[in-house]
Write a protein that binds this ligand. Structure first.
Ligand code: CDP
Ligand code: CDP
Length: 219
């Protein structure tokens, strides 16, 4: 089998999806599409504009009216760099709230499909392999224990200058996973044909080696 043109990485919060996707992009020349960043930016844009996140129509209007760009790991909202602002646990909750609405999801899906046209892409998210790109040649479901995911996320937030407790971070990701797994439209699940990788106790390098074999189709 030739090298895949579309690679999807789905899984729960803090599993290491976007870190892995970035590494794959760098090493194998793929364009990285972080689908979660789009939901985070829509949630953030709504809050900035004072829009109630339970008002589906207003949230959809915001999603349709803003411009979101993914540029070399940076996220631009109407041209403004919001990379740091969208990474807070609060922005994760906002993302999860706006991601429940099917029409908002459709806006995001169309943006991603357009960005992927004619390119080699690695896309990370919750429904990348099950809904956005069911035709992807390589689908990965990356997971890890919730405790390990909370620990990793906490370290990452500390590095970025946010001060939270382990308990707060654990609670936030467990709640968000529950919401993502139980929403009726495009929930988080293992896509058909996906390779499941449990990264508990593994370094990023070890996970990358496993994925490299899958990309090269080298058992
Ligand atoms: O995108 P997702 O929420 O799945 O996770 P992430 O934003 O990539 O964050 C994962 C964090 O765990 C990063 O700080 C990584 O350095 C770290 N990590 C990892 O990604 N993979 C491992 N096997 C071990 C740690
Ligand atoms: O980095 P982390 O895994 O914590 O979150 P993310 O990938 O940035 O996604 C934030 C939220 O957006 C998730 O909890 C989901 O509710 C939503 N999301 C989604 O519904 N579908 C996607 N393809 C990606 C994210």
């Amino acid at each position: 089998m030739p090298e895949p043109t579309i690679i999807t990485i789905d899984g729960p919060a803090g599993a290491g999806k976007s870190t892995l996707a970035k590494e794959i992009a760098k090493k194998f020349g793929y364009l990285h599409l972080d689908s979660g960043a789009l939901y985070r930016t829509i949630g953030y844009a709504c809050v900035q504009r004072g829009v109630d996140l339970s008002d589906e129509k207003k949230v959809l209007n915001v999603a349709r009216s803003i411009s979101v760009e993914l540029q070399n790991g940076k996220v631009l909202l109407n041209g403004e760099d919001v990379t740091r602002q969208i990474r807070t646990p609060e922005a994760g909750k906002w993302a999860s709230q706006v991601a429940q609405y099917p029409e908002v999801r459709e806006v995001v899906v169309q943006i991603l499909r357009k960005l992927a046209r004619g390119k080699k892409v690695v896309v990370d998210g919750r429904d990348a392999g099950s809904y956005i790109f069911p035709e992807a040649q390589l689908k990965i479901y990356l997971t890890a224990s919730s405790q390990e995911r909370a620990k990793r996320r906490l370290e990452e937030l500390k590095r970025k200058g946010f001060n939270l407790s382990y308990e707060e971070v654990l609670k936030e990701i467990v709640e968000r996973d529950r919401k993502d797994e139980n929403r009726p439209f495009a929930p988080l699940k293992v896509p058909e044909g996906a390779v499941i990788i449990d990264s508990t106790g593994k370094t990023l390098e070890e996970v990358l080696q496993e994925v490299e074999k899958l990309i090269k189709n080298d058992p």
